[in-house]
Design a protein around this ligand. Structure first.
Ligand code: 4AZ
Length: 264
C-alpha cells in the first residue's frame, strides 16, 4: 500500500518536474477572456449522429453574419446537419449566446488531410447571426491581405485543452505568441512540409500555444485575421511552434467562395 502511494507520488513529481508547469491551464499558458474582446469568434459544436449530444470541437471566425471561416479538418467528412454553431458567448457549454446551424460547408479543393495542407473551409449559416452595430457581442473580422512578419505578436483564442492531452476550458482563453519564420519552422518539422499556406507561431521555450479543441479558431494581428489554428507537435512544446493556416494566402479563394455562395 505504502509502496503504491510512494510510487504514485513519485510519478506525479516526475510529471510536475517535466516542464508541464501550466497548472493554471488556459488555451495553454493563456488567460480568461470575455467574448466582448473576441466578438469575432464562434464555436463549432458537433454530434457524432443525429441521436447524440453536441459538444464543442472547434473554433471559427465570423466574416459576416452568415459566413464563418474555420479549419477544413474541423468539418471534413462530416454532414452539415451534425453541427451547431454558437456565437456571442465565452462559455464552452450551455445555451448562452446565439445558436445557429451550418447550411452549407465549402472545403478547399486542395485540402490534404494527411499533411493538413490547405486547411481551410467556409461555413454558410442559416439563420444568419445578429451582427449589428449595437450588438457588441458579435462582429465580423476582416482577412489580412499579407502574412504577418516574423516576430509579430499574434493573439489566439479558444476553448481547447489547457495542457497537451488535458481538459478543455469552460471559459474562452486567449494567449499571445510571436510569428516564427517558416524556414526554422520547417527545420523543426523536418518530416512534413510547412507550405506557403501555413504559418508558424510560438515561443522558443514553448509554454504558450493553441491546443486540441482550439482548431479552426482565430489568430489575430491588429484586428485582422492572419491565421487559423491548424496543427502542431503536441502543444506548447519548446521548439515546436503551433502551425496555422496562413489566411492571406487564401484571401482570393475566400472572396471567390463568398461571391459564388452569395444570397441572391
Ligand atoms: C489539435 O489537435 C491541435 N499546438 C491544434 C493545435 C495544435 C496542436 C494540436 C498546436 O487540434
Amino acid at each position: 500500500m505504502i509502496k503504491v502511494i510512494c510510487l504514485s507520488a513519485l510519478i506525479l513529481l516526475i510529471g510536475l518536474c517535466h516542464g508541464e508547469t501550466n497548472f493554471q491551464g488556459r488555451i495553454v499558458g493563456g488567460e480568461d477572456i470575455s467574448n466582448y474582446y473576441v466578438s469575432y469568434i464562434a464555436q463549432i459544436r458537433r454530434r457524432s449522429s443525429t441521436t447524440s449530444a453536441y459538444a464543442q470541437t472547434c473554433g471559427a471566425s465570423l466574416l459576416d453574419n452568415r459566413t464563418l471561416v474555420t479549419a477544413a479538418h474541423c468539418v471534413y467528412n462530416r454532414l452539415a446537419e451534425n453541427f451547431l454553431i454558437v456565437g456571442g458567448t465565452d462559455q464552452r457549454a450551455g445555451m448562452d449566446g446565439y445558436v445557429t446551424r451550418a447550411e452549407k460547408i465549402v472545403i478547399h479543393d486542395l485540402y490534404n488531410a494527411s499533411i493538413t495542407d490547405n486547411d481551410i473551409a467556409l461555413i454558410f449559416l442559416s439563420p444568419a447571426l445578429p451582427i449589428r452595430e449595437d450588438n457588441i457581442k458579435l462582429s465580423a473580422i476582416s482577412v489580412a491581405s499579407e502574412r504577418p512578419s516574423v516576430g509579430t505578436y499574434a493573439t489566439v483564442s479558444g476553448w481547447g485543452t489547457t495542457t497537451e492531452s488535458g481538459l478543455s476550458s469552460n471559459l474562452l482563453q486567449q494567449v499571445q505568441v510571436p510569428v516564427v519564420d517558416s524556414t526554422s519552422c520547417q527545420e523543426a518539422y523536418d518530416w512534413r512540409p510547412i507550405s506557403d499556406g501555413m504559418l508558424c507561431a510560438g515561443l522558443p521555450n514553448g509554454g504558450k500555444d493553441a491546443c486540441q479543441g482550439d482548431s479552426g479558431g482565430p489568430l489575430v494581428v491588429n484586428s485582422q485575421l492572419v491565421g487559423i489554428v491548424s496543427w502542431g507537435e503536441g502543444c506548447a512544446r519548446a521548439n515546436y511552434p503551433g502551425v496555422y493556416t496562413n489566411v492571406a494566402y487564401f484571401k482570393n479563394w475566400i472572396d471567390q467562395q463568398r461571391a459564388s455562395n452569395a444570397l441572391v
